[in-house]
Ligand binder design. Structure first.
Ligand code: LMR
Length: 361
């Protein structure tokens, strides 16, 4: 019996090399949905064993033990190892994927600049740790807000890793935009394609209805109500996170976990012909004329090898470009606020007054 079990074990191990997935904020609500999806094979498929390495804080360590117990008790055949800890230099060791979820939420009376600084410190530290111990081709997805600028801080502190491998999660916004278009057009969600979220994961983000398609047709041919597209649709997507916090009393968790799975799957499976997905990536040599050296959400395609290319042939009009410039300005201002964390001198914080984190209303 034992021999048979260990032979089976060997067979499982021989399927594919173990993938190491490190997750920060692992005792939190998003992770509580995400980890079980990862362990069940939703991202990497049913023949890919994985190890989960869970990062918490001193305060959350006991809860993290509980998370590990539940994962073990679920008997996932693909889950070969679960480890927990509070030292990123240990938990990120050999990481093939780093899902950086843990961040301080903005509490009452905390200025945005202060939050950028508090969370920025976390991501600077984690960037250094990834730089030191992660796989040289680690893919990093930053979820903790403000995720674009946190991703920028993280990659600047990891100079030995490819900047291209750092992502800020805007897939949740893409999913929200697809949902709104599908509801308005009376079609099922999977009929919406080519949905780009441009810019920052904040209320300046730009859901692009110029290039998106419904049943393969331009959105504007199907939904003729331009006022709805420019106002209701755009604002609903931009403010969805905040409205959800008002209703739930906490940030989105299940849908964020789903969107992390979607974002990862988009990188490990070939993008369907003609379609694309959105992710916040480092702007270096982008074909659109967006400022360099920030993390900006743009349309991407992947061959399924974990890498991606920017989509070049997208249409632009004055409305879209004007909105993109506003989100770009916000990210440049955020970047100035964290100059002390990116090695670019003294910080100077002059954030535009009307810009908000997704959760702010
Ligand atoms: C969301 O978009 O749901 C979250 O990023 C909101 C937040 O601020 O936590």
């Amino acid at each position: 019996m034992l021999a048979a079990a260990s032979m089976e074990d060997e067979k499982t191990k021989s399927w594919k090399k173990l993938v190491n997935v490190s997750v920060s904020g692992a005792a939190g609500m998003i992770s509580n949905h995400l980890l079980f999806k990862l362990a069940s094979g939703e991202v990497f498929g049913q023949d890919q064993p994985i190890a989960l390495k869970l990062l918490g804080s001193e305060r959350s360590l006991q809860a993290l033990e509980g998370v590990a117990m539940e994962l073990e008790d679920s008997l996932y055949p693909l889950l070969r190892e679960v480890s927990i800890g509070i030292d990123p230099y240990v938990i990120f060791e050999d990481a093939d994927w780093a899902l950086l979820i843990g961040a301080k939420p903005r509490g009452p009376g905390v200025e945005r600049a202060a939050l950028l600084d508090i969370n920025g410190q976390i991501f600077a530290e984690q960037g250094k740790a990834l730089n030191a111990v992660a796989s040289r081709n680690v893919k990093v997805i930053v979820v903790g807000n403000p995720c674009n600028t946190n991703a920028l801080i993280c990659l600047k502190n990891a100079p030995n890793l490819p900047a291209k491998n750092f992502h800020a999660l805007t897939r949740l916004d893409e999913n929200r935009a697809k949902c709104q278009l599908a509801l308005k057009a009376g079609v099922f969600y999977d009929k919406i394609s080519n949905m780009t979220i441009w810019g920052n994961h904040s209320t300046t983000q730009v859901p692009d209805f110029l290039n998106a398609k419904i049943n393969g047709r331009p959105v504007k041919e199907v939904i003729k109500d331009t006022k709805w597209l420019e106002e209701d649709f755009t604002i609903t997507v931009q403010k969805r996170g905040g409205v959800l916090i008002q209703k739930w009393g906490r940030s989105s968790a299940a849908s964020t976990a789903v969107s992390i799975v979607d974002a990862m799957r988009s990188l490990v499976t070939p993008t369907p012909e003609g379609d694309w997905f959105s992710t916040g990536v480092y702007t270096t040599g982008n074909p659109y004329g967006i400022a360099e050296d920030i993390v900006f959400s743009m349309p991407c395609r992947s061959k399924g090898d974990g890498d991606y290319e920017l989509v070049k042939d997208v249409a632009m009009d004055d409305f879209l470009w004007g909105r993109i410039k506003k989100s770009e300005a916000e990210l440049i201002a955020e970047k100035r606020c964290v100059a002390h964390l990116t090695g670019e001198g003294n910080a100077f914080c002059d954030l535009p007054g009307d810009t908000m984190l997704p959760g702010e209303m």
